[in-house]
Design a protein around this ligand. Sequence first.
Ligand SMILES: Nc1ncnc2c1ncn2[C@@H]1O[C@H](COP(=O)(O)OP(=O)(O)O)[C@@H](O)[C@H]1O
Ligand SMILES: [Mg+2]
Length: 238
Amino acid sequence: MPATPLEVENLSAGYGPTRVLEGVSFSVPAGARLAVLGRNGMGKTTLLATLAGQTKHYEGRIRLGSSDVTSLPTAGRAHRGLGYVPQARCIFPTLTVEENLYVGLKGRPKTAIEEAYQMFPRLKERRSNLGSQLSGGEQQMLSTARTILGRPSVLLLDEPLEGLAPIICEELMGAFAELAKTGDMTILLVEQRIQSALDFADRVIILERGRIAWNGAPEALSQDHDTVERLLGVGGLH
Ligand SMILES: Nc1ncnc2c1ncn2[C@@H]1O[C@H](COP(=O)(O)OP(=O)(O)O)[C@@H](O)[C@H]1O
Ligand SMILES: [Mg+2]
């Protein structure tokens, strides 16, 4: 599937009676890279989970290309090209790396897993290791690779760098940049490592208490120290 645009209009969603997102609107053109920033608890994970159809929807619309997916369940959205790599790295601990990758094939031939190994050569070296034997970085690579094997047209990445050593972060961001270069995917990246997110993205939204508090270009945010301080609560980019 080629990259598709994502359009979110006046979205409100949450968990049961708890509203978390309020009136969120933004759009991402096909093949673009959006960084979703915000302090802890501001609704970043809820936004991605809502796009994936895993929260309670109250209001608003979600469009993937020409399809309105608002009322579709998670599987229907995945079928229309939405790939979600959740914050909790959901790999199967008792399956090998290769068996974990098979789960992501969705009917594609087994030979397609070479694509995953090309993207993350470390996974090839560990192909017979169990999921439980992987480092945090390798688990993230596996979780990401498994989703990418389904050839999503819109990819949602939730804090892929969380808890990883700087060298592994660089490796992962390098792989994401390669993926973005193909133009085959529209990518939404939630990250606490702001500088890495800004280097990657071509547009940015910042969430504050479930609403979009800032929307613009990464270069503009880099120069706007007041906004960085106020909405991201850091003394500078890191
Ligand atoms: N499963 C849940 N049930 C109820 N509230 C939740 C649930 N998950 C998250 N929340 C609440 O939603 C808000 C946003 O959380 P989250 O989207 O995880 O933020 P972030 O990813 O930006 O750290 C928080 O107040 C959090 O406590
Ligand atoms: Mg989160």
